[in-house]
Design a binder for this molecule. Structure first.
Ligand SMILES: NC(=O)C1=CN([C@@H]2O[C@H](COP(=O)(O)OP(=O)(O)OC[C@H]3O[C@@H](n4cnc5c(N)ncnc54)[C@H](OP(=O)(O)O)[C@@H]3O)[C@@H](O)[C@H]2O)C=CC1
Ligand SMILES: O=C(O)CCC(=O)C(=O)O
Ligand SMILES: [Mg+2]
Length: 729
């Protein structure tokens, strides 16, 4: 096993790795540190899942399973880049691409009927959605901007859209019948095994059994009423029209891979209700599944002029939709994975509450977030900025995050226990001693789910918060709502730990809405705050605050202290930036910023030094910090436009500053001597390297695939400087 594992992923970060990883490996080898890779890309995971369909040479090891084991050991030191959490349309596209490359994979069965098809579908379902992070995240998260990154953002403030009190932008959420209002929660006094059953007029169906929980687990159950959801969506479509704003739906169909695609499908059906009323059965025969989005629907009905004109007529009566790409006519409802709430809401808020309409113009927007559990944070942010104007990144303080995520905590681990109700009845969660832990009366189509949070992760999270607060000495708020069933159970854990450690006076506990306002007031004054949150708010806040403070969450440092002693270093908090790939393919410019990778690399090397007593790794790690500072001080981050320096230029500069720092440090003479000639070669090659990199930009490039690119073609595109390659080798 290598000392450090660097993950092979998808899209923009994977392209960046083609340029950056050879530099890391070259530099690390000088200190005897090996950096290996493990493939967690969507294509890699598909290939690893169907060995029986592939030839011996085509077969691929199950790297995710191996990593899943590694992160439970003290030896883990993993640098994790963002990977695709695939929606069904993305999964289908990736399978088609692999098939076209000669991999005889089975088609994704949209409507499996035979046992064989059901088995294939079950295998594909394991790959769907957020299937990587929950496996690797065997610890809680500490996400923040490194001090150098934050001060750079303050002295080089990014553009912010203006907010005025006249903005018609708002958040709309259900006022009842949602997950928030139906939630029940209990903490198990002893370990238990549970089953989930649905009792109907005709009998009992077991939805799931053999779910085992250790003592102290917080177990929640809740449901969203399909009827209430449809009524709410219809009302919001109508009021958006009246208000003259854009209709937008924000959810997390990737990470909430079972519940949210269903909610998304309801939005598609309600938006096109007149069409579904008449042509529903015919569209079903054509294989239309509203959960896959409008894009898939239009593709399937394009040969049916009658349906197409009914769709046009309906759309003309509807409010304009918030667009993903107005030039290409891609709406919010086209693909469930195009609009992902953690990134989409902050971008809209940063822009002054504006979204892009079908006319290619910016407009105020109704942000529909059906469930009311976490929507208040966006609602309150919008209210705050309407009252106070946009945040000023030059003077704003920062909000750090300590997130409870270990062992599939809370909603993000709820997929195996989420069900769309096949019939009306009563859902019961029954323990092995016969206790009915939770029960709900449901109607057909309601979305019922249970989530759980284990004791050890909760305690680890509270302790992580205590040590972070101690290190920073700043405001620290547990974002927990005493009036919400689940949060009340967590508070019952938090308060005694704080009291036992004598630090209760250093922490506040506030409901998300109040915590949002308090934190915005704090950073507006230029002060800092630590948000200590559950898993969903961890995800939301670590895009929201960075996007407002730093323009992007890519620059975040994301440390996961694994509960069994290892380290997982996630880069940034953002995603895999598909539109960056498109730009690279069209004009050979990659605007991906690797600052997240730089920060993670420094932490990983320092962790290696501490864990293994490897002092050379410490020297490398400290030099990484100097190099990162050099990138910021000298403005070497990538630009957005073709012809300007891009990701590859920033890697050259990073290598240069890294080599300089190593050549001039005095902690390790051997390393210094090794890097003197490398530093000299990088300096004397500057003109040639920069002109070779610049010369590559402009024309379209061929990567040999989107999901499963050709390694040699990608390397040729991402490493166009012969002078640099000769130094790096
Ligand atoms: N940890 C993980 O594995 C994560 C994975 N994802 C996955 O990523 C995919 C895309 O998600 P999406 O929500 O669109 O989010 P992205 O973060 O990929 O995209 C949002 C925008 O953020 C900006 N951005 C993000 N990262 C960088 C970077 N390193 N450098 C510069 N700009 C950056 C870009 O905006 P612009 O260019 O306009 O400035 C980008 O278009 C999905 O498949 C999703 O599931 C998402 C989040 C985390
Ligand atoms: O796993 C995913 O799909 C996304 C993860 C994410 O957005 C985050 O952790 O911030
Ligand atoms: Mg996120």
């Amino acid at each position: 096993m290598s000392d450090i594992i660097y993950t092979k992923v998808d899209e923009a970060p994977e392209l960046a790795s083609a340029s950056f990883l050879p530099i890391i490996q070259k530099f690390a080898s000088a200190a005897g540190v090996s950096v290996g890779t493990k493939d967690i890309s969507l294509a890699g995971r598909i290939l690893a899942t169907f060995p029986e369909a592939l030839s011996a040479e085509q077969q691929q090891s199950d790297d995710l399973a191996e990593l899943g084991k590694l992160v439970k050991t003290p030896d883990a030191n993993v640098i994790k880049l963002p990977n695709i959490s695939a929606s069904v349309p993305q999964l289908v596209e990736a399978v088609k691409e692999l098939q076209s490359q000669g991999f005889a994979l089975p088609d994704y069965p949209e409507a499996p009927s035979t046992e064989a098809e059901k088995a294939i579908r079950a295998k594909y379902d394991t790959i769907k959605g957020s299937a990587v992070n929950p496996v690797l995240r065997e610890g809680n998260s500490d996400r923040r901007a490194a001090k150098a990154v934050k001060s750079y953002a303050q002295s080089n403030p990014h553009r912010m859209g203006a907010w005025t009190g006249a903005s018609k932008t708002r958040v709309s959420s259900m006022t009842g019948g949602d997950f928030f209002s139906n939630e029940k929660s209990a903490t198990l006094a002893k370990e238990a095994t549970a089953k989930i059953v649905l009792e109907t007029a005709t009998g009992e169906t077991v939805l799931k059994e053999g779910i085992s929980y250790p003592a102290g687990t917080v177990v929640d159950a809740t449901f969203m009423s399909a009827a209430a959801l449809d009524t709410f969506l219809a009302q919001e479509i109508a009021s958006t029209k009246e208000e003259g704003t854009l209709f937008s739906l924000h959810m997390k169909a990737t990470m909430m891979k079972v519940s949210d695609p269903i909610i998304f499908g309801h939005a598609v059906k309600v938006f096109l209700k007149p069409v579904f009323d008449i042509y529903g059965p015919e569209m079903a025969d054509l294989g239309v599944n509203p959960n896959s989005g409008l894009g898939d629907l239009l593709e399937r009905v394009k040969g049916k002029p009658e349906i197409m004109s009914a769709i046009d007529a309906c759309m003309n009566k509807r409010p304009p939709m918030y667009m993903v790409d107005s030039d290409k006519g891609i709406t919010n409802l086209h693909v469930p994975s195009d609009v992902i709430i953690d990134a989409s809401m902050p971008a809209l808020i940063r822009a002054g509450g504006k979204g892009w309409g079908p006319d290619g113009k910016e407009s105020d927007t109704n942000c529909v977030i059906p469930d009311n559990s976490y929507a208040p944070i966006y609602d309150e942010s919008i209210k705050f900025f309407k009252e106070n104007g946009a945040l000023n990144p030059a003077t704003a303080g920062t909000v750090q995050n300590i997130g409870l995520m270990a062992q599939k905590a809370e909603e993000y681990g709820s997929h195996p226990t989420t069900f769309e109700m096949p019939a009306a009845g009563t859902v019961k969660m029954i323990l092995d001693d016969g206790t009915v832990l939770h029960e709900h009366k449901v109607e057909e189509g309601d979305i019922w789910r249970s989530a759980s949070t284990r004791k050890a992760p909760i305690e680890d999270w509270v302790n992580l918060a205590i040590s972070r607060q101690k290190a920073e000495g700043i405001e620290a708020i547990f974002w927990l709502d005493a009036d919400r069933a689940h949060d009340a159970e967590l508070i019952a854990y938090v308060t005694p730990i704080l009291e036992a450690q004598g630090v209760a006076d250093k922490f506040q506990i506030m409901a998300p809405r109040e915590a949002t306002r308090a934190s915005l007031e704090t950073i507006t004054k230029g002060e800092n705050s630590i948000a200590i949150t559950g898993n969903v708010l961890r995800d939301y806040l670590t895009d929201l605050f960075p996007i407002l403070e730093l323009a992007t969450s890519a620059k975040m440092l994301s440390i996961v202290k694994l509960m069994n002693g290892g380290g997982l270093f996630e880069t940034g908090a953002g995603g895999s930036a598909p539109k960056h790939v498109q730009q690279l393919m069209e004009e050979n410019h990659l605007r991906w910023d690797s600052l997240g990778e730089f920060c993670a690399l420094g932490e990983s090397l320092k962790f290696l030094a501490d864990a293994k007593g490897n002092e050379k790794a410490r020297v490398l790690g400290l030099a990484v910090e100097a190099a990162t500072q050099g990138i910021l001080d000298n403005g070497n981050s990538p630009s957005r436009k073709v012809g300007e320096p891009d990701n590859r230029d920033s890697h050259y500069w990073f290598a240069r500053y890294w080599a300089d720092a190593l050549a001039t440090q005095s902690d390790d003479a051997e390393l210094a001597a090794h890097f003197v000639p490398i530093a000299q070669a990088l300096a004397s090659g500057e003109t040639a390297i920069l002109s070779e990199l610049a010369g590559a930009q402009g024309p379209a490039v061929d990567l040999g695939g989107y999901y499963h690119g050709n390694a040699a073609k990608t390397a040729a595109v991402m490493r166009p400087s012969a002078t640099l390659n000769a130094i790096i080798g």
